[in-house]
Structure formats: structure tokens, C-alpha cells
Design a protein around this ligand. Structure first.
Ligand code: 4AD
Ligand code: MG
Length: 485
């Protein structure tokens, strides 16, 4: 088979096919140009692979006028011949016959110079950062992970459900929602009580961007048995951390007839599948990020360095069963830990019932068990209204999966399928029964035990790429005070 397309061949294909003497057209962006009076070497990248293609431009063939416009950042189209490379570092290169300049880039002004830039700086030029090796690798892996999610569920016979993005309900009951309105902010219509009259708003009621597709996924699961959503979710929580976004993507499977154990089995299988998919299909990009991680570690203090390299951390997840313990056991471990006694936690663990911070989650995973951990049966006070209540009256059938370097990557539960128990819990938590009348009806008509969970897609991406900040695994992050691009 020839690698030649009529119009243009992508660099990934040329390097993979490794076929000599073909005439091809390649198009891409110039990473670097070096050379002398008798020959020029252009490193060209088109985003199809982490690798650049070397273009050899002979000044006797390519005019000086063209050559001087070939600067870092410029876009070019090259017609030439694939030959075995004389130099080190690549097997094939292109001997250019003609080069067309598609777009110039002023070398004095182009922000992406061929040198190392900080991630902070690259965040400020997020419109260009995908042209770096690091970010193109991250975004290619992001695509692979998204594809693998759909493949995993499709192979299992799950159906993808598109949950609404604009909703009237607060699925998590945490009140961290972005309002959606078309009312005039200066002079909104008011009701008799002097409050803003949302009956006059677009939907005739108060609406928000969804925090989770779970409630709608539950409705679908109680008809189609096994479904999942994979969509954007929004949280107006003011957490300016390296693991929180105001807009993030979440994968939420929901399964009828699943108890919590089945739910945990599925989540573990999904995570192992995704990590394994990356190891099998994103080799070049992972190798690059692995190397990048090792370099970064060299500049860190001893205690902050990763014990394992990125690829080792990924293998570690695919090769180890996750530890499963309940919240009460975890609290005992944390309370009695030398860490807690020496007051090394910012939030000391004193009593049963406290919510776990990511420092506690990471302690369990990284220091105590040295394996991913699934924590179950949390106190009902720190979990959402929909979780199935245990016989003890104190805990619910929750499960959180904790990962090294990340903390919580998955949150889920068995759902409360008993109508009376659900109504009673909603009353205790002051959740309006009328708002969720449709949700409650599924417990009245043919209710069944069911379970589900949410996997934060960017948290997964943090783990798979080894990047340290969640702003660097989504193309255009939304965080407090930042909605640029
Ligand atoms: O634990 P959470 O809040 O659970 C839910 O939303 C449930 N409705 C899921 C379900 O059972 N269907 O969120 C689930 C996951 C977290 O474990 C975390 O990975 C991610 O979503 N997540 C965030 N990721 C980035 N930025 C944020 N602000 C996040 N909040 C949650
Ligand atoms: Mg959670």
C-alpha cells in the first residue's frame, strides 16, 4: 500500500510506513530550522504525532526568499521525496522539491520560541500551547481516553445517554451552581414579595448549568438497564486548587440491578481498562511525558519526587487489585497514624464523621496501602441525599476511589431505591420533594436496586499524563477569575 494520498500525507503515516522514494506532500508548522549555506534542516510537526519530520532544503533548490520565511511557528507545505536519513535521530527525512509558505510567523514576536517555557506561561497563551510537544501529547491522549471510554461501555452493551446541560435541579444538593438566565441583571422583574420573578425567565423557572448528569442517567437506567453519560458538568465552587475546575467532564455510568460491590467491580475494571488502553495505544506520547516527568523530578526536593516514574505508576494500577475498606476503618488508620500524631496533617483527624481532605486520601493511597483504595460506607451527613442508607442509621452505601497523586478520582454509590426512605432523607436535608417529583416517581413505579458512579475525566487525565495541574489537561480551563479563550 502506498502512503501517498492525493493531497497530503500526515507525518504520523509517513513515519509509520517508512516507505522510501515516495513523492509526498506534507503540511505543518515549523518547530525549528537550522543549517548553513549549503543545506537547511527544518523540523516540521503537524500534530499527528509527537515526532517531527525532518525536511532537508537545499538552497540551490529552494529560493532564499522562501527559506528566510521558514521560521519557528510558520506554516508550510512541502513537496518532496522520502529518503533514508543520513543523520541521527530519524530513519527517514524529506528532500524538499518545492516549499510553499502558508503562513509566516515573525520570529521577533512569536511567543513560542524553541526553548523550555513554564506551564504557567503556556497557560497564558493557551491559544498556541497545543503547538508544543507537551500539550499536543496531552490532547492526543485526551482523545484516546475519550474514545476508550465509549469503546469500553459499547463493548459491554451500555447505552450512551446525553443528559441535559441546563437543569432546574441540584443533583448533588451542594448549591454550587451557575445560574442560567436571560433576565435583565439591572432591572429584573420582581414578584409580590420583591424577589426576582423567575416565572418570567426563559424557562419559566430558575435554571442552572448541571453539576452532574446522574439523576437523568438514573431515569434512563431504570428503562435501558445499563447506561452512561459523558458530558460537561459545572461547579461554582470557589476551589482554586490543582485538581478543581469550574467546568469539567464527567463519565457517569448508571446500572439497574447493581449492588455496591458490582459498582466497585465495574469502576475498577473501567479504570484499569483506560490506563491499559493508554499504555497500549499512546506509547510515543507517554514515553515523552514519562521523560518529562523524570526531568521535572530532578528539580524537586527529595520528598516531593515521585517514587515511581509515570509509566511505572500506570502499570502499577493495571497490575494491582484496589484495596477496599470502609470509612470507619480508614478513620482508625488515619487517627492512629504517626502522621496524625505528629500533627503533619493540615486538618488533624479527631473524630468519626469528619470529611476526608485530599491529604488524608493521599496518605491512605501513597503511604499506608501503596495501592489505589476504594473507600465505602461514609457517614450520611457528608454525602448526597440519593445514597442508599445502611441499617446502622449512620452510614450510606457510598464509594470513593482514591488514586496516588490525585486523591478522589471516582465518587459513586448504590442509590436509595426505597421511596419512603428517600423521601425521609430528602426532608432531613431540606430538598424540595416537588422539585424532584419525577425522580421520586421512579421509586414508585417499578423501582429496583441500582448503582452508579462518576469518574472525573480531567482527574483521570492528570493521572494518565502525570501533569501536576488540572488546568493543563483540558484545552481551555475555566477556574475562578479565568474564562479566557
Ligand atoms: O463526587 P462527585 O461530586 O459525584 C457526583 O457528581 C455523582 N453525581 C457521581 C455519580 O455517582 N454519578 O464527582 C464525581 C467525580 C469526582 O470523583 C472527581 O473525579 C470529579 O468528578 N470532580 C471534579 N473534577 C474536576 N473539578 C471539579 N471541581 C470536580 N468535582 C468533582
Ligand atoms: Mg465526591
Amino acid at each position: 500500500m502506498s502512503v501517498v494520498d492525493l493531497k497530503r500525507t500526515k507525518i504520523a503515516k509517513i513515519l509509520q510506513a517508512n516507505e522510501l522514494d515516495q513523492e509526498i506532500i506534507v503540511k505543518g508548522w515549523v518547530r525549528t530550522k537550522r543549517g548553513n549555506k549549503s543545506v537547511n534542516f527544518i523540523a516540521l510537526n503537524d500534530g499527528s504525532t509527537i515526532h517531527n519530520l525532518q525536511i532537508v532544503a537545499d538552497p540551490e533548490v529552494i529560493s532564499d526568499d522562501i527559506l528566510k520565511k521558514i521560521n519557528t511557528g510558520a506554516s508550510i507545505s512541502v513537496k518532496g521525496k522520502v529518503v533514508a536519513s543520513q543523520g541521527q535521530g530519524q530513519r527517514v527525512e524529506i528532500i524538499a522539491q518545492t516549499i510553499e509558505i502558508l503562513g509566516t510567523a515573525d520570529p521577533e514576536k512569536f511567543p513560542l520560541q524553541p526553548k523550555k517555557h513554564t506551564l504557567e506561561f503556556l497557560r497564558e497563551i493557551a491559544h498556541l500551547r497545543a503547538r508544543t510537544s507537551t500539550f499536543s501529547a496531552v490532547f492526543r491522549i485526551r482523545h484516546a481516553m475519550s474514545f476508550a471510554v465509549h469503546q469500553f461501555f459499547h463493548q459491554k452493551g451500555f447505552f450512551n445517554i446525553h443528559a441535559p446541560i441546563i437543569t432546574g435541579s441540584d443533583a448533588e444538593g451542594a448549591g454550587e451552581m451557575f445560574r442560567v438566565t436571560v433576565l435583565d441583571p439591572i432591572n429584573p422583574p420582581k414578584n409580590d414579595k420583591g424577589e426576582v420573578d423567575y416565572k418570567k425567565d426563559f424557562f419559566g423557572k430558575e435554571t442552572n448549568l448541571t453539576v452532574s448528569g446522574q439523576l437523568e442517567a438514573e431515569l434512563a437506567a431504570l428503562a435501558l438497564s445499563e447506561v452512561y453519560t459523558f458530558g460537561p458538568t459545572f461547579r461554582a465552587e470557589n476551589s482554586n486548587t490543582s485538581r478543581h475546575l469550574a467546568e469539567f467532564w464527567m463519565i457517569e455510568p448508571e446500572m439497574a440491578f447493581y449492588a455496591l460491590e458490582d459498582n466497585m467491580d465495574l469502576a475498577e475494571e473501567l479504570l484499569q481498562y483506560l490506563v491499559n488502553y493508554a499504555l497500549t495505544n499512546c506509547g510515543d506520547d507517554l514515553e515523552f511525558l514519562n521523560q518529562r516527568g523524570l526531568e521535572e523530578d530532578k528539580n524537586k526536593k527529595q520528598e516531593e519526587r515521585n517514587e515511581l516514574s509515570l509509566v511505572e505508576r500506570l502499570r502499577f494500577v493495571t497490575e494491582n487489585k484496589f484495596i477496599r475498606i470502609n470509612y470507619t476503618e480508614a478513620i482508625e488508620i488515619l487517627k492512629n497514624s504517626a502522621y496524625n500524631k505528629k500533627k503533619k496533617f493540615n486538618y488533624p483527624i479527631e473524630a468519626w464523621g469528619t470529611d476526608l481532605q485530599s491529604e488524608h486520601e493521599r496518605y491512605l493511597v501513597e503511604k499506608h496501602f501503596k495501592k489505589p483504595v476504594i473507600l465505602t460506607d461514609y457517614p450520611k451527613e457528608i454525602k448526597a441525599f440519593y445514597m442508599r442508607q445502611n441499617e446502622d442509621g449512620k452510614t450510606v452505601r457510598a464509594m470513593d476511589i482514591l488514586f496516588p497523586g490525585i486523591g478522589e478520582i471516582v465518587g459513586g454509590s448504590q442509590r436509595e431505591e426505597r421511596h419512603d426512605k428517600l423521601v425521609q432523607r430528602m426532608a432531613e436535608m431540606k430538598i424540595d420533594e416537588e422539585e424532584l417529583w419525577w425522580y421520586l416517581e421512579t421509586r414508585k413505579y417499578g423501582t429496583v436496586p441500582h448503582s452508579g458512579f462518576g469518574l472525573g475525566f480531567e482527574r483521570l487525565m492528570l493521572f494518565v499524563t502525570g501533569m501536576g495541574n488540572i488546568r493543563d489537561v483540558i484545552p481551555f480551563p475555566r477556574t475562578p477569575d479565568n474564562a479566557a479563550f
